[in-house]
Design a protein around this ligand. Structure first.
Ligand code: ZN
Length: 244
């Protein structure tokens, strides 16, 4: 078997510490729930990192040893160090995969990579969401079938302030009538980025088997396909690539 995909699950990890109701849903934190689910797969080697660790748990050593990073944040985007964001962005350009979840749409790293507002409209009344598979042939939708139905979610609606997705995997509809581009792929440099909408902290979304299947598929899809691509512009002599 080829070497396992080295996954780092990053979580802001604040709601779970402050709210007993949210801690009851995610006793080990959202990162702990996601890491436990991914660790069931023998092709993945999973670690976690959180905001309040030194360097947010994202040291140079951790970044160098990460093939795919998951990112969940919500109430403390502004506390994420710009220096760490710059390092994560550089790793994406080199080829690291990035899976941005739910309220991560407003994270510094996602906005830096998209270059747009990443804004959206929202409502929290616990309504039903249907995540429609827009591209059944896409590897991230493998095993999902027609749709995922989440009985109680926060609504995110268009317009979503993102660049036009390069690959559109899911589109959501909500009980209130809104729609949303909820599973989107972009390339930035050599790295693949997947944004996946579900995952509000006060609902057990990350215990849903289909949601976890999508995230697992996305980790495999976003893994680097080559050695890290360096950012350099060498001055080279004529004919340097010819032999002899
Ligand atoms: Zn939310």
């Amino acid at each position: 078997m080829s070497s396992p995909i080295r996954v780092t699950v990053w979580n802001e990890y604040r709601h779970e510490k402050r709210s007993p109701a949210i801690a009851a849903i995610y006793p080990e934190g959202i990162h702990g729930t996601l890491a436990a689910a991914l660790s069931k797969h023998p092709d993945m080697a999973v670690r976690t990192a959180t905001l309040d660790e030194p360097e947010h748990g994202l040291t140079d050593e951790v970044l160098a040893a990460t093939d795919v990073m998951l990112w969940w944040g919500h109430c403390a985007h502004g506390e994420v160090s710009d220096a760490v964001v710059a390092k994560v962005r550089r790793r994406v350009l080199e080829g690291m995969g990035l899976v941005v979840l739910h309220s991560g749409h407003y994270s510094k790293i996602f906005k830096a990579l998209m270059g747009t507002t990443c804004s959206l409209c929202w409502r929290e009344v616990g309504e039903q969401e249907v995540l429609w598979v827009a591209d059944p042939s896409h590897p991230i939708a493998e095993g999902i079938g027609t749709c995922i139905i989440l009985p109680n979610t926060e609504m995110y609606g268009e317009p979503f302030g993102i660049p036009v997705p390069e690959e559109q995997v899911f589109i959501s509809s909500f009980a209130g009538g809104e729609v949303f581009r909820s599973g989107n792929v972009w390339r930035r440099g050599a790295g693949r980025i997947f944004y996946f909408r579900p995952g509000h902290e006060s609902y057990p979304i990350f215990h849903n088997e289909q949601v976890l299947r999508v995230i697992t598929n996305a980790v495999r899809y976003c893994r680097p396909t080559a050695a890290p691509v360096a950012d350099k512009a060498p001055n080279v002599p004529m004919g340097w690539f010819r032999k002899g």
